[in-house]
Write a protein that binds this ligand. Structure first.
Ligand code: SAH
Length: 395
């Protein structure tokens, strides 16, 4: 195995089990690693620290083991086994009620660079590192071997791997083939998941618990699900006996998907309507009290994907939330989210605070929301925390 020796003092974060080696920490590389190779990381005194996947870039090594053990097919299989055991013990594997969950959440499952979402019999796998891309076949076999419900593995990494790498990932089935689409169940609700054409792996599994909370607050309310995508929040609001649910997304495809999902659960329900429109345009057009809502969900796409975009992202969150404060009915409830990893909980809360102050309305925080248990945060890798939400009472 190729050896990477660190500069003095640069071993500290690895000794605290942080799973990344930054390129600036490297003293020398012995041999010529190809991207995706397994490498052994040593401290400046040549003591063993970790084994990881090598890649060119600011994160040079993603650690897969802090123990000096052989990284065999069985090694990967055991990791998948652990990931599945956790989901099962959390009650997420519940055929007939819930078969939609995240099986592998990268660093959170000690598998940096790998995301796997399960939709009934199909696992959708995304590699974010070359190392995981290289072993995709091994991982697919490990998934089918350890997750009894899964028969098909679809690989979807064309857009998630670094474009500079000299590989051309192709999306497609590594095991099995396309099956009937309407089989994903989340808390008893049906969803069409289009992993071929949809965003990410086809569905935002990470909002499951926040959708359940929304259901509890929906009875008798008029609900606006802004940035609805697949209509997840809308379907839960309908089940929660909302008086009316309006779903808005700028993408016509998202609106089609929302309509299909509402139809699958509540056919011909006159309480639901959907609109393919820009968020600001829609919110600006609510003029009378009658047009305003009791409950608004704001779940926009990540405004900042990189640190440089942070300032503008915070302005964006402030502007969007200010609009919602302006347009929500007295005694309304706002569910507001940020999924930008570079925006911290504190920064997001500050942006929402500024928006509230601008609106001069009396606002109370009812809940502070995060990502669900199948998106665990490795305690040694706080960067894994990305989803933040606030539930607010607006007087
Ligand atoms: N709430 C959804 C996920 C939202 S993803 C869920 O629970 O699954 C973000 C969505 O915002 C995407 O569907 C995208 O089409 C939509 N979007 C992006 N920009 C928008 C804009 N300016 N106005 C309205 N929708 C927008």
């Amino acid at each position: 195995m190729i050896i990477i020796q660190l500069k003095p003092k640069k071993e500290e974060s690895l000794q605290r089990f942080h799973p990344w080696v930054f390129s600036g920490a490297i003293h020398r590389i012995e041999g010529k690693p190809t991207e995706g190779d397994l490498v052994e990381v040593l401290d400046s005194n040549r003591n063993f620290l970790a084994i990881g996947h090598y890649q060119i870039g600011s994160i040079a090594v993603r650690v897969v083991s802090f123990d000096n053990v052989p990284v065999t097919d069985d090694f990967w299989s055991r990791k998948i086994q652990w990931a599945y055991a956790m989901r099962k013990s959390l009650g997420l594997v519940a055929p007939g009620n819930n078969n939609t969950y995240r099986l592998v959440h990268g660093e959170g499952d000690s598998l940096p660079g790998l995301i796997v979402d399960v939709y009934d019999e199909t696992a959708v796998m995304q590699a974010h590192s070359i190392g995981m891309h290289e072993i995709r076949e091994v991982l697919a076999k490990a998934i089918v071997a350890n997750v009894p419900e899964v028969k098909n593995v679809y690989y979807k990494s064309e857009t998630t791997l670094p474009f500079k790498a000299a590989i051309e990932p192709e999306d497609g089935y590594l095991i099995g083939a396309e099956t009937a689409q309407l089989t994903a169940l989340e808390n008893g609700l049906k969803f069409h998941v289009d992993w071929l054409r949809g965003q990410k792996t086809g569905f935002f599994v990470d909002q499951r618990e926040n959708r359940s909370l929304l259901e509890r607050y929906s009875a008798g309310k008029s609900v606006l699900n802004m940035f609805c995508y697949t209509g997840g929040f809308s379907v839960y609001a309908l089940r929660g006996n909302a008086k009316l649910v309006h779903s808005v997304d700028s993408s016509a495809k998202a609106i089609d998907l929302t309509d299909k999902n509402v139809e699958a659960n509540y056919p011909n329900d006159p309480r639901h309507a959907s609109f393919a429109e820009d968020a600001f345009k829609y919110l600006n057009n609510l003029h009378t009290l009658d047009q305003k809502y009791d409950l608004i969900i704001l779940d926009p796409p990540a405004f900042a994907k990189h640190r440089e975009a942070l300032r503008n992202a915070l302005k964006g969150y402030k502007r969007l939330n200010a609009k919602a404060f302006e347009q929500i009915k007295p005694g309304g409830i706002l569910f507001t989210f940020s999924c930008s990893q570079v925006v911290s909980k504190e920064q997001f809360r500050l942006a929402v605070f500024s928006a509230a102050a601008e609106s001069k309305r009396n606002v109370r925080i009812l809940h502070q929301l995060s990502q669900p248990a199948d998106h665990p945060i490795n305690i040694y890798h706080p960067e894994g925390e990305y989803l933040k939400g606030l539930v607010l009472w607006v007087e």
